[in-house]
Write a protein that binds this ligand. Structure first.
Ligand code: FAD
Length: 460
């Protein structure tokens, strides 16, 4: 027998639960189908646990620096990895409990456990059950890429998911991948006390950022004792001793062999589309393998939407949540919100963090438009000096004709927070003069943003 609903949401990532609750509250009989855990990646093995672990790692780091601040902690710093994991588990569990209570407490909303696959344009199967609805919303997220390196299948490797179960300190963690996920784990485990080596295929870390940002991040990490190999190609893997791993790579023409106790794969993520059997519903993928969507998140099939990482339009919790906001506003509130109105913004949560908004300098140059650039080393920022955290720099790019902010990279203490002052001015479509002339609180890091904007130079 087919169970009939008004709406079905597949996957409980960062868009699905909010949309399911909104639909149910609007009086629609709604099913939320989840195969593994509520909250998806962000809650279980992404943002929340990693940022919790990073907080522990930062405490260890600052404790080691205590003497610089005239503070004695009376002995060497010890990290109890079981206690670090227990703290992370408690914080994840609190989020899960709150989400579970919210979903279970919503009328008109049925939570159905199992993996969903399409059996027709308006029909899915979950186990032995068939569910049908005129509107179906896909929020199935993504998973780590496991490359086909020779030897990889013969060794026990880690991903961001299995890292969450680790309650010991790896003697030597090898991180394959020098982008956002890999670098956050690399710095975190170095601060916990592991030896850490990063191998990156590209010729610089976080290769989609400007070269000066990549280089500064690389300097910060190597200064903490992390070994970085850039341009690492032709990787092969072999077991080493009891449970260890050996990675061999060609690095800029020479051969490098790294022997470690653990290997973390952080070489990208791919969308969860295979299990959905999208062909049965006529839902098409784009050239990169993500579900193709239009500016309002509609797929190629009538009555089916795709939100979050699975549509390839963002790879963040805030972009997935914004997808929910767009769909809900347009379906339930008579709105006409669009994906193309979203200004790209994200952070790399290393320490100092990188707060990013809009275009990179390279992207601005590629447009050929006349532009201005402001840049400030953190050594010039009083609050950073007072806090003893002067690593990094801020940079902002302005359209010379419109005076609009085009983009910014804030690699600095609180960079993930203060970037929002620029983002909000961009969202208001206001000229940079607004923030240039606003009076920021002294002494803060934000205070130097108007200062930086007061000293713009033509982008040569
Ligand atoms: C280590 C790490 C750190 C991160 N840190 C940050 C950060 O600091 N800030 C940030 O903004 N983003 C971060 N992200 C990215 C962020 O976690 C994701 O962008 C976010 O979770 C949005 O995902 P989503 O809503 O698309 O789906 P997901 O959260 O991936 O959830 C998808 C859900 O769908 C379920 N599912 C899949 N297929 C099916 C099926 N066929 N049937 C039923 N259920 C199914 C899955 O079990 C899962 O629960 C991080 C990611 C990782 C891996």
């Amino acid at each position: 027998m087919t169970r009939q609903f008004d709406a079905i949401v597949i996957g409980s990532g960062q868009a699905g639960p909010s949309l399911a609750v909104r639909l149910a509250q609007a009086g629609l009989a709604t099913a939320l189908v989840e195969r593994e855990h509520l909250g998806g990646t962000c809650v279980n093995d992404g943002c929340i646990p990693t940022k919790t672990l990073i907080a522990s790692a930062r405490v260890a780091h600052m404790a080691r620096r205590a003497a610089e601040y005239g503070v004695s902690i009376g002995g060497p710093v010890a990290v109890d990895m079981a206690a670090v994991k227990a703290r992370k588990d408690r914080i994840v569990q609190a989020s899960l409990d709150s989400l579970t209570g919210w979903i279970r407490g919503t009328r008109n909303l049925d939570l159905i456990w199992g993996s969903a696959r399409f059996t027709g344009p308006h029909e899915i199967a979950v186990g032995d059950e068939t569910l049908s609805a005129p509107r179906i919303f896909i929020n199935t997220g993504g998973r780590p890429v496991v490359p086909d390196w020779p030897g990889l299948s013969e060794i026990p490797y880690l991903t961001n998911t299995s890292m969450m179960a680790l309650d010991i300190l790896p003697r030597h963690l090898i991180v394959a991948g020098g982008s956002y996920i890999g670098l956050e784990f690399a710095q975190m485990y170095r601060r916990f006390g592991s030896e850490v080596t990063v191998l990156e295929y590209a010729d610089r870390l976080i290769a989609r950022e400007d070269a000066d940002v990549s280089d500064a991040v690389c300097d910060i990490l190597t200064a903490e004792g992390i070994t970085v190999h850039l341009g690492a190609r032709d990787l092969t893997v072999a077991p080493q001793g009891a449970g260890g791993v050996q990675l061999a790579a060609a690095v800029r023409g020479r051969s490098v062999v790294v022997t470690g106790s653990h290997l973390l794969l952080a070489v990208g993520r791919r969308p969860n589309v295979e299990e959905l059997k999208l062909g049965a519903a006529g839902v098409k993928l784009d050239a990169r393998g993500f579900i193709a969507v239009d500016d309002q998140l509609r797929t190629s099939a009538e009555g089916i939407w795709a939100m979050g990482d699975v549509n390839g339009q963002g790879a963040f919790t805030h972009t997935a949540y914004n997808d929910y906001e767009i769909v809900a506003a347009n379906l339930l509130d008579g709105g006409s919100r669009r994906l193309s109105d979203r200004i790209p913004a994200y952070a790399l949560f290393t320490d100092p963090p990188l707060g990013r908004v809009g275009m990179t300098e390279a992207e601005v140059r590629a447009t050929g438009r006349p532009a201005l650039k402001g840049q400030l080393p953190m050594t010039r920022v009083g609050r950073a000096r007072e806090r003893g955290e002067t690593l990094g720099f801020m940079k902002v790019l302005i359209d010379r004709e419109t005076r609009l902010i085009l983009g910014a990279a804030l690699l600095c203490v609180e960079g993930d927070e203060i970037v929002h002052s620029l983002l909000d001015v961009m969202a208001a479509k206001a000229p940079y003069d607004v923030i240039r002339h606003s009076v920021h609180i002294h002494p803060t890091v934000s205070e130097l943003i108007p200062t930086m904007l007061g000293d713009l130079r033509p982008l040569e």
